[in-house]
Design a protein around this ligand. Structure first.
Ligand code: SAH
Ligand code: SF4
Length: 458
């Protein structure tokens, strides 16, 4: 192809020149990272970030389908955008992410919100530039929800910060927990090549990133679909050797695949942070079985004990589902008991939300929503007390903090993260952002800590 021709093509592809985009992200860290990729793809078309939604010429909603609540929020956001588009005809509205990967929902969005221009599923992400190009020319709405696992390697990323990077290592999930929609909307497990991850991590360090978080629905099954089956522990050990990197995090760990080898790798690792997010979901064996979690409460508690014994400074966080179909009082009591024994540093508790197409959707459920709300409150009360007590153990200690910038709730304070993933607020300059410093913990609260900067770089 002649140079003039390629230039001409590039010119038409940069149809975002002089225009602004806005991305609204719902849901988990994987979605946050996907939005960083979307931002980079859009900027390659010439678009720049808008400072307000109203300023935008292109709005992308990256949706979450894991529970009904985020879906409802998306619907209300789309209602607002419908009104905005009536005032601003050239506005492009695109809806992507996990909700749209479900055919019935994608079709619903198409019918119900007729101002939407593009609906694209999780697998269509690499095709975003060409889809947007079609969307701006075509009057009818475009729907791309094919399940064809488009190659994601080598896509650009526009990272939200200059010190912390999300690094996906495995996409999809094979576990089919009975309540969960993720395997349906993210597809089968696909591990990234071992070397590609190591090269990307090294490149990030070269660019100045201090902390990386390895992402996957179940990082512990990393590599099982690759020819040489490299394990997750081996990958972590390798990344720990990268000079200049300060911190490695990972999430989420599925208890059924968490090995002693991995616990020991974390214990030995210099850069691997002392934190496990280890969703228990329930403390009742009867419910765990119905959930298809493939571990017992006894096995779960043994894991917690092994982690705490091997890594004294560790923090363990968890997810719990309250009111799974058929959960009786005695099952819930078993969950409360597990929470008391495990002593999580924090736990996210959710009321079970029926999801289309999952096994649990068909299970009979006799517990009222009010009763489930009561259980949730009882659980949160106990967990909050434990969180506070665990945080109090840190008072008077001087700990390593990676500074994340000015506190969102108090502009006078800076916020940083401990190795155990807890947040600390302290007085200091915003020039510290991205730096590792020592902070002495002075006060513990349920959700966070307060401290005094020791000044010196750590
Ligand atoms: N892959 C991760 C988590 C994925 S979803 C894991 O296996 O742990 C994040 C959390 O949302 C889950 O841990 C679970 O507690 C919650 N969740 C998922 N589906 C849910 C549903 N249908 N109702 C309520 N909570 C749900
Ligand atoms: Fe959902 Fe279970 Fe997979 Fe986690 S492991 S994403 S809860 S199916």
């Amino acid at each position: 192809m002649q140079k003039e021709e390629t230039d001409a093509i590039n010119l038409t592809l940069r149809f975002g020149e002089g225009k602004y985009y806005w991305i609204n992200t719902f849901g988990c860290q994987m979605n946050e990272h996907d939005s960083e990729v979307m931002a980079a793809l859009i900027e390659s078309l010439g678009f720049q970030p808008a400072s307000t939604l109203e300023e935008a010429n292109l709005v992308i909603i990256n949706t979450c389908a894991v529970r009904k609540k985020p879906e409802d929020k998306v619907a209300s956001m789309l209602g607002k955008l419908d009104a905005l588009k009536k005032e601003k005809d050239e506005l492009i509205i695109a809806v992507g992410g996990c909700m749209t990967q479900q055919e019935d929902l994608a079709v619903y969005i198409k019918k119900r919100f007729n101002q939407v221009d593009l609906v694209f599923g999780t697998h269509a992400l690499p095709r975003l530039p060409e889809l947007l190009d079609r969307a701006r020319r075509q009057k009818e709405i475009i729907l791309d929800i094919k399940e064809d696992y488009c190659e994601r390697e080598g896509l650009p990323v526009n990272r939200a910060t200059s010190y912390h990077a999300w690094l996906p290592i495995i996409y999809g999930c094979n576990n089919y927990c009975a309540y969960c929609v993720v395997p349906f909307v993210r597809g089968r497990e696909r591990s990234r090549e071992y070397d590609a991850i190591v090269v990307e991590a090294s490149a990030l360090v070269h660019q100045g990133y201090r902390e990386i978080t390895l992402l996957g629905q179940n990082v512990n099954s990393y590599g099982q679909d690759l020819p040489e089956k490299p394990g997750f522990a081996s990958l972590l050990g390798k990344l720990d050797q990268i000079d200049g990197l300060s911190r490695i995090r990972f999430m989420t760990s599925h208890p059924k695949d968490l090995s002693l080898e991995l616990i020991q790798t974390v214990a030995r690792g210099e850069k691997i942070c002392e934190h496990f997010h280890l969703p228990a979901q329930s403390g009742s064996n009867r419910i765990l079985e119905k959930m298809n979690r493939r571990y017992s409460r006894e096995q779960y508690l043994e894991l917690v004990q092994a982690i705490k014994e091997n890594i004294p400074e560790v923090s363990i966080t968890s997810d719990i589902i309250v009111g799974f179909p058929g959960e009786r009082e005695d099952d819930f009591a078993a969950t409360l008991d597990l929470v008391k024994q495990a002593r999580f540093d924090s736990a996210f508790a959710f009321i079970y939300s029926p999801r289309r197409g999952t096994k649990a959707e068909k299970l009979p459920d006799y517990t009222t929503y009010e009763e489930k709300e009561k259980r949730l409150q009882a659980l949160n009360k106990i967990q909050q007390q434990i969180s506070l007590e665990e945080n109090e153990k840190l008072v008077n200690k001087t700990l390593e903090v990676l500074v994340e910038g000015t506190s969102k709730s108090n502009p006078e304070l800076q916020t940083g993260r401990l190795r155990n993933n807890k947040l600390v607020h302290f007085a200091g300059s915003d020039r510290l952002t991205g730096k590792l410093i020592g902070v002495r913990i002075t006060e513990a609260r349920t959700w966070n800590l307060f401290g005094a900067s020791e000044g010196e770089p750590y």
